[in-house]
Design a protein around this ligand. Structure first.
Ligand SMILES: Nc1nc2c(ncn2[C@@H]2O[C@H](COP(=O)(O)OP(=O)(O)OP(=O)(O)O)[C@@H](O)[C@H]2O)c(=O)[nH]1
Ligand SMILES: [Mg+2]
Ligand SMILES: [Zn+2]
Length: 351
């Protein structure tokens, strides 16, 4: 098969490059990961594969193992083996839950992250800001989606409040995930070559939306609990699917916890950081100090108390995670001073 034909095939699973890496090995995209191995798709067929031995080493950073969304080189055999993960265009990750610092890859090589929240008891602007903070570093663009528009008479008000709170320019779409006409607005993000990942709480309607976009009830869905709108963790594995519009969509299991990695910039709070710079005292604690610009903005309603609280919470968590990350990098380098993966802007300059 010619290089052009191979590229043409791979485009169907979201390949964006104009050339193939040398080596001549078969290329495919990771569409699912199970305990028993990986499922790959090369644009024509779906097949199972195992990771090569070097991916199983205990010393390997888990984020370097093949993940859903990766393009990989495959060595023939029965079963075939994934020998290499091609460089990732974008990576969405979070810190794994628990005591040990570990970065967990959610999806790779994605253009858009659909942050889906139900307009039922799931609605929570602070959680949406948390998602946006994680996405800032991924290289992908966030798209905020609100589902269950059909169940709520005051949906329009909620949407306006949210739009006013999020940075200008963040796309926000409210949809009925069961209605093909309503979700058609998402086609702009799902053209050939585009890849998107759906994230959100269990029960938000990720699989329902996936099925409507597919035009096929491929993913299992189940009703949420009536009293608190919580889902039942119906989806248990990430799955990359090819859509009729030509793009690829990754459905994911609902996330219970969404810890920052410590590498976030918190760009969505840049206005608050700029405001805090204008306090009279450089070391202002934004409590009862005279000349505190933050208190003034909170008093006159220019800054919402909820958004301020969420900023403080995320900033503290980012600092804590950054310190843990730094300690881990120092241990890995045998005590030598770490080079931080990213320089952070903001309050640190003035501390
Ligand atoms: N009325 C209405 N119901 C919806 C909408 N989107 C999802 N639902 C319902 O919400 C429930 C949960 O939907 P799922 O698609 O299973 O949710 P999920 O996000 O995939 O949940 P997990 O797989 O557990 O993470 C189902 O009963 C859906 O029918 C919507 O836009 N409108
Ligand atoms: Mg699901
Ligand atoms: Zn202040």
């Amino acid at each position: 098969m010619s290089e052009a034909e191979t590229i043409e095939r791979l485009r169907r699973v979201g390949w964006r490059g104009d050339a193939l890496p040398g080596g001549g090995l078969r290329l495919a995209r990771v569409v699912a990961q199970h305990r028993a191995g990986y499922e790959l798709h090369d644009g024509v067929s779906l097949f199972g594969a195992q990771p090569a031995g070097h991916f199983l080493k205990r010393t390997l950073d888990p984020s370097e193992r093949p993940a859903v969304g990766d393009f990989v080189e495959v060595e023939p055999g029965s079963p075939p083996h994934i020998s290499k993960v091609l460089p990732r265009r974008t990576v969405l990750s979070r810190a794994a839950a628990g005591e040990r610092y570990e970065r967990q890859v959610i999806a790779t090589n994605i253009d858009y992250v659909f942050v889906l929240t139900g307009l039922d008891g799931d609605f929570n602007p602070a959680r949406i800001e948390r998602y946006l903070s994680l996405i800032e570093d991924s290289g992908a663009q966030p798209v905020v989606l609100l589902s269950k528009l059909d169940t709520r008479a005051d949906g329009a008000e909620l949407i306006e409040t949210l739009r006013a709170r999020l940075p200008a320019g963040t796309p926000v779409h409210a949809i009925n995930g069961k209605d093909p006409a309503s979700v058609a607005i998402l086609a702009q993000y799902l053209q050939p070559g585009d890849s998107a990942v759906l994230v959100g709480s269990s029960g938000a309607g990720k699989s329902t939306l996936t099925n409507t976009l597919l035009g096929d009830e491929r993913m299992a869905t189940s009703a949420v609990r009536a009293h608190d709108s919580r889902g039942r963790h119906t989806t248990t594995h990430r799955a990359l699917l090819q859509l009729p519009t030509g793009g690829c969509l990754i459905d994911t299991p609902g996330m219970r916890e969404l810890k920052l990695t410590g590498e976030e910039n918190l760009d969505l709070f840049a206005d608050i950081e700029a405001l805090a710079e204008t306090c009279r005292f450089a070391d202002c604690g934004h409590g009862s100090e005279p000349g505190c610009a933050v208190q003034t903005a909170l008093d006159n309603g220019e800054l919402s108390a909820e958004r301020w609280r969420n900023y403080l919470k995320l900033r503290d968590e980012r600092e804590e995670q950054a310190a843990t990350l730094e300690a881990r990098l120092r241990r890995q380098r045998g005590g030598r001073p770490p080079t931080r993966p990213h320089a952070h802007r903001g309050s640190r300059d003035r501390e």
